[in-house]
Design a protein around this ligand. Structure first.
Ligand SMILES: Cc1cc2nc3c(=O)[nH]c(=O)nc-3n(C[C@H](O)[C@H](O)[C@H](O)COP(=O)(O)O)c2cc1C
Length: 269
């Protein structure tokens, strides 16, 4: 395991405070998460691929519908093409294992059609949300299992930059829409990515009910310190950067998603 910080260090880096008493040791590995974007060239054993898929599919899934698929992309040419589709991100090319996660309605449509069921409600938003939630739960369970083995992971939302390109490359049928990719591999110890601060727990965790007003507490100040430590030159705060990130001109091609979902008969009603 290349990441082994003690609880005190992790809590300070994550929340800018000393940890409260009584944090169980078993939770500490979860606090060590960071996205890994630089990997060693070593492969991951195929048995581990299978184990990680098994961990992912063991996640809870709404009504046991399992509305998702995952496609691994290892062939060098296809990997190069998927990297191109994902804004040419280096980690997509260099990771030992790359998987693309899909919300998938077509498998249920197919199974149900064989027994004479029409699935005529599957195009409601409810089932698009259900598939999206299922994908995220399965993927994050894979991420946790991978990290428990000492692997590093990086999600790739850029998989949504060009939905038709991804569908064509991976031969996705109508009703299967790529939501994000995931890079997995052995972390390169020379890169050592930092623990990224998160908002204080009381910004996120509302006990019994929401407060009258939302608050990010001291997060802008802590993130500014983090950007400086990481040598990032921008003087914009987290609030400024994040506000701009959700500006309608920063959709990186994803403004076509509504149209793409319609075409796939997903979430249209
Ligand atoms: C759905 C999703 C998509 C993401 N897409 C990308 C991506 O395309 N490229 C990338 O480098 N990181 C990506 N990330 C990683 C986030 O940037 C990262 O999780 C966040 O900045 C917090 O940093 P940490 O994971 O190191 O704590 C993505 C994360 C999620 C959950």
């Amino acid at each position: 395991m290349i990441f082994s910080e003690p609880l005190e260090t992790l809590w300070q880096r994550r929340f800018g405070q000393d940890p409260p008493a009584g944090i169980p040791e078993a939770v500490v590995p979860f606090l060590r998460h960071r996205s890994v974007r630089k990997f060693l060239p070593e492969p991951i054993d195929p048995a581990v691929h299978e184990a990680l898929i098994a961990a992912a599919t063991s996640a809870s899934t709404s009504s046991n519908l399992q509305l998702y698929s995952v496609v691994s992309v290892q062939d060098p040419e296809r990997r190069a093409r998927i990297a191109e589709l994902c804004a040419n991100q280096e980690q997509v090319k260099s990771c030992a294992w790359f998987v693309a996660w899909f919300a998938d309605h077509q498998r249920l449509r197919h199974a149900a059609a064989l027994v004479g069921e029409e699935c005529n409600g599957l195009d409601y938003t409810e089932f698009m949300l259900m598939a999206t939630i299922d994908v995220a739960l399965a993927a994050e369970r894979m991420a946790c299992a991978a990290e428990a083995l000492g692997l590093g992971v990086c999600y790739i939302g850029a998989l949504r930059n060009n939905p038709p390109g991804v569908a064509e490359l991976l031969k996705a049928p109508a009703g299967a829409v790529g939501l994000f990719g995931m890079c997995l591999g052995w972390p390169d110890p020379s890169a050592s990515p930092a623990i990224k601060p998160r908002m204080s727990l009381d910004s996120i965790w509302h006990q019994e009910a929401f407060p009258d007003e939302a608050s990010i507490g001291d997060y802008d100040a802590r993130m500014t310190e983090f950007y400086q430590e990481q040598g990032m030159s921008s003087s914009a705060s987290w609030s400024q950067k994040s506000g701009r990130r959700v500006d309608e001109h920063h959709l990186s091609g994803r403004e076509v998603l509504r149209e793409w979902l319609d075409k796939n008969q997903m979430g249209t009603r």
